[in-house]
Every structure is written in structure tokens, then in C-alpha cells.
Design a protein around this ligand. Structure first.
Ligand code: NAG
Ligand code: NAG
Ligand code: NAG
Length: 470
């Protein structure tokens, strides 16, 4: 039990919040246990991404015809590169449950598993078994037979490409035409031939944003000389359960008061939050610099604003020590200790989203693949100050649901000015929050995501069938 202490801690914290949320939610939602995580979507493998999934044991039958209904009785094999509380695997689990919900036969394979017992893997596998997902070994005859028999195979993340040759060997060619490859990565080191050389021959690729899809198209061609298969962009959606908390003003107020108290933020203060695992790529350093600059502007111009606070949710002193230390040194040097708060990585971000007034999405370079935390914050009627990069640009409407600034050092002053603007103009802040919420209701709900996924699966199945007949 080397590292479990954090996950035990998380579990306990999660349970406490779940209980709190349960207490304040209406009777109809009893039986729903909220399990929430917020992680870095683009870096797979231990890093976290913005994401949520929910265990519901007593869900009532949906009234509308389910868009995935045609998947009933289909055999679907899901291949995950690993099983952890990171964005990729959790999203694939959501798909597993959606498919189980319409009576598909779902088989799950985890390609990379640690040799020692792992309590997260154990609990996630049991969650799946409880819902009728068959969990089988990544290697061996059963895996190969299932792949050959399956109507559809979903390969999750670029890294999962390793599984193909290693396990299927000479059968790879027979299986490729029924593979849908779901990609969430946007880092250079995934463009390696041994991971993605089969990509051109699969039935389709599904990617979280147009920016990421474009990037894959460019990079596979330029770096590897291969062509992407038919590619579908599928934006993610907020789960029904997250929406329920977001729309429950009592739950929101309780969470807000609780978190405010724990941080030392008063109700009349204004709280800016950045919610991502702490790393240079997520730009917490540049955000803190912008926050400091905004205080300087306010001092210099003698502006009347509420007391401003910043919270950085996603710290982990045990991992990113150098960067974490840099952040804390900066806060100390600028004497911001009473105004900048650090919160450890947590599975339950809903309370923090409920507690803040403005979300800052400061992911650097190519930005987020998608950035699920952005749509979560918008569900809570928060304006977003985001970098003009990646998936953020497909979510945030500049000037309407938030304000965009450029990535890199040149974005620091524009972000500082946007922070001042949010602090000064309450009306603007509230209006942007409301517009963001409307945008979520229009585009980023669970049913939007399942409709989009359903149309992709339908096409991919048709293509696989046509190729099999040839
Ligand atoms: C892809 O390449 C095109 C043309 O070279 C370029 O305009 C575009 O910005 C590139 N997109 C990405 C995401 O790299
Ligand atoms: C946060 O994490 C650090 C190191 O991992 C630990 O020392 C500290 O107690 C944690 N703080 C809280 C409030 O849990
Ligand atoms: C966002 O809109 C503001 C005006 O509302 C504009 O000044 C700024 O340049 C825009 N930023 C981007 C990245 O489009």
C-alpha cells in the first residue's frame, strides 16, 4: 500500500461530499451516488482530466427513445490503455454504461495493468461488473476470440494502439475494419508509428474537439506520412447528475458556504478558481502572475472592487514538487498568502465549482483537447477566462460567455485586465454566466453527447458491415 493513502483520502472526502449533496438534494435523487473527478484530459496516464461519471443504481427508464437503441444485443469490445481515475478510462466507462443501458453486450479489456493489487482498479472493475460489463484479460484466446466476434471495437486513446499487434498478431487485419479509435491526446510524443500505424485502416476516429482533430490530421501526415481515417468530432457533455447539482440552488449555496468557510473567503468576496492538476502546461504560474498584476492595477487606479481571492485546485506537493514550490514561493514573495489558496487534487470538484465566481482555464501551448471543467463551470453559470487555444475556443464564446486571452507570457496582462473587468462588473459577470449556462443547455449535455456518439457508431457499424461483405 504505497500510494493508496491519497485515494483512501479521496474516497472519504468523496463520500462526505456525496453525503452532503445527497442531504440537500430532493428525495427523487436518493440512490444516486456522485462520484466526481477533475483531471487533465490531454495527458493520459495518471494525470487527471476534467471529467465526471456517476453511479446510479435506481435510474428510471428514460421516456424518450434512446439514440443508442440500435446497439441492443450488439457485441462491443472496449479496449482501454489503462484503468484509473483519469479522464480517458472514465469516459470509456461512461460509454460502457450507456451501451449497457440499451442492452448491448459489453466486454472490457485493460491493456496495461500493474502487477500488484490496485484498489482503484479493483473498485472500477467491480463497478463495471455490477453493471453487467464483462471484464476479461487483455491477452489470450478469449481476448482474440472476442475481438473476432465483436460487432464493434472501441480502442480508447492513441496509446491503446499497442494492444493490436501484441495481442491480435496475424488477426489484426481482420479486426481493423470494425475499430472505432477514440483519441483524447494532443501531445507530440503520441505521434509514433508503433502506436498509431494502423490508424489509417480502422473504420473511424472519434476526437473531442475540432482543434485536436485538425492537429492529428496535420501531425500524422507531416510526422508519419499516414492519413487519418474518417474522423468524427464529438464534443463531450455534462452528466445529468452534474446538471442536477448545478441547477439546485440550495445544494450550490451549501457547497459554496462550506468551501468558502474552509478557505477563509467571505460571501461578499470574489473568488477566481483554476481547476486542473497543477503543472506548467495548465498555466497556474501565469495565472498567479496575472492575479498579482490585477491587484496592482486595482491599487494603481484606486478601483473599488470586492476583496479578491484565487484558489488553485489540483495541487499535489508529492508529485510536481519543483513547480508547486515555485507557485508557493511566488505567493510568499508577493505577500498573497491570505488571498491565494491551494487545494489538493480531489475527485470532487463540484463543491469548488459551486464556490467560485469565475473559472480560469489557462492551459498553455495548444490548450485543452476539450476541457470538461469548462462546460462544468458554465453549467454552474460561471463566466470563463480562457486561453484562446484548443477546445476552449469551441466552448467559450469570446465576449459572450467569457473572455479569451492568448497563451504564453503575452497573455498575462490581458488576463489581468479581464480579471479586473470581472471584479468590477458584476452585471457582466452574471450575464456571461447565464449565457454560458444557456450554451451548455444547447450543446453540452449528456444527451447531446450520446446522440453524437450514436450517429458515429451507426456509421461505423455500417462501414464495418460493408467491408466484411466485400
Ligand atoms: C494544420 O495545417 C494547416 C495548414 O498547414 C494550418 O493552417 C493549421 O493551423 C494547422 N492546424 C493545427 C491544429 O496545427
Ligand atoms: C495536501 O497534500 C499534501 C502532500 O501530498 C499533504 O501534506 C497535505 O496535508 C494535504 N492537505 C490537505 C488539506 O489534505
Ligand atoms: C476577445 O474579445 C475581446 C473584445 O471583447 C477582444 O478585445 C479580444 O481580442 C478577443 N480575444 C480573442 C482571443 O479573440
Amino acid at each position: 500500500m504505497g500510494k493508496p493513502s491519497t485515494s483512501v483520502c479521496n474516497t472519504m472526502q468523496r463520500k462526505r461530499w456525496a453525503l452532503m449533496i445527497l442531504l440537500v438534494l430532493s428525495v427523487s435523487t436518493i440512490g444516486v451516488i456522485l462520484v466526481r473527478s477533475s483531471f487533465d484530459f490531454c495527458s493520459v496516464g495518471g494525470k487527471i482530466s476534467s471529467h465526471q461519471f456517476v453511479e446510479e443504481k435506481f435510474r428510471s427508464a428514460p421516456e424518450l427513445p434512446n439514440p443508442l437503441g440500435f446497439m441492443k444485443s450488439k457485441l462491443v469490445l472496449l479496449v482501454s490503455h489503462e484503468l484509473s481515475l483519469s479522464g480517458g478510462p472514465l469516459l470509456l466507462m461512461e460509454l460502457a454504461f450507456l451501451l449497457r443501458g440499451v442492452g448491448a453486450e459489453v466486454v472490457w479489456i485493460t491493456n496495461q495493468k500493474p502487477l500488484e493489487a490496485d484498489e482503484v482498479i479493483y473498485s472500477l472493475e467491480h463497478k463495471m461488473l455490477d453493471r453487467g460489463v464483462k471484464v476479461i484479460s487483455a491477452k489470450g484466446k478469449r481476448a482474440v476470440d472476442t475481438a473476432l466476434k465483436a460487432d464493434l471495437i472501441v480502442l480508447n486513446t492513441a496509446v491503446a494502439g499497442k494492444w493490436l499487434d501484441a495481442v491480435l498478431k496475424e488477426d489484426v487485419g481482420r479486426v481493423l475494419p470494425k475499430i472505432l479509435w477514440w483519441i483524447h491526446e494532443m501531445r507530440g510524443h503520441y505521434f509514433k508509428a508503433d502506436l498509431v500505424k494502423h490508424l489509417p485502416f480502422v473504420a473511424g476516429a472519434m476526437i473531442d474537439s475540432h482543434a485536436t482533430a485538425e492537429y492529428w490530421k496535420n501531425r500524422t501526415q507531416a510526422r508519419l506520412g499516414i492519413k487519418m481515417p474518417k474522423t468524427y468530432v464529438v464534443h463531450l457533455g455534462n452528466s445529468n447528475e452534474l446538471m442536477e447539482v448545478a441547477e439546485d440552488s440550495v445544494a450550490k449555496r451549501v457547497l459554496r458556504e462550506h468551501v468558502g468557510e474552509s478557505l477563509g473567503v467571505r460571501t461578499e468576496d470574489i473568488l477566481f478558481g483554476i481547476i486542473n492538476s497543477v503543472s506548467r502546461g495548465k498555466g497556474q504560474d501565469l495565472f498567479l502572475r496575472a492575479f498579482y498584476e490585477s491587484l496592482e492595477i486595482i491599487k494603481e487606479k484606486k478601483l473599488q472592487v470586492p476583496t479578491m481571492h484565487a484558489v488553485v485546485v489540483g495541487s499535489d506537493m508529492s508529485r510536481q514538487t519543483k513547480f508547486e514550490t515555485e507557485l508557493r514561493n511566488f505567493v510568499q514573495e508577493k505577500k498573497l498568502e491570505n488571498y491565494v489558496h491551494f487545494v489538493n487534487k480531489t475527485l470532487t470538484v463540484a463543491p469548488y465549482v459551486a464556490a467560485i465566481d469565475v473559472l480560469v482555464q489557462n492551459s498553455q501551448a495548444r490548450g485543452e483537447c476539450f476541457g470538461r471543467i469548462t462546460i462544468e463551470a458554465m453549467a454552474f453559470k460561471l463566466p470563463v477566462l480562457g486561453t484562446a487555444a484548443g477546445g476552449t475556443m469551441e466552448i467559450v464564446v469570446n465576449g459572450t460567455t467569457g473572455l479569451l486571452h492568448s497563451a504564453g507570457k503575452e497573455g498575462v496582462m490581458p488576463l489581468a485586465k479581464n480579471i479586473v473587468k470581472m471584479a468590477m462588473q458584476v452585471e457582466l459577470r452574471l450575464t456571461m454566466g447565464r449565457k454560458g449556462y444557456e450554451r451548455v443547455k444547447e450543446m453540452f449535455l449528456e444527451h447531446h453527447m450520446s446522440h453524437r456518439i450514436a450517429s458515429v457508431l451507426r456509421e461505423v457499424l455500417q462501414r464495418a458491415k460493408a467491408r466484411a461483405l466485400r
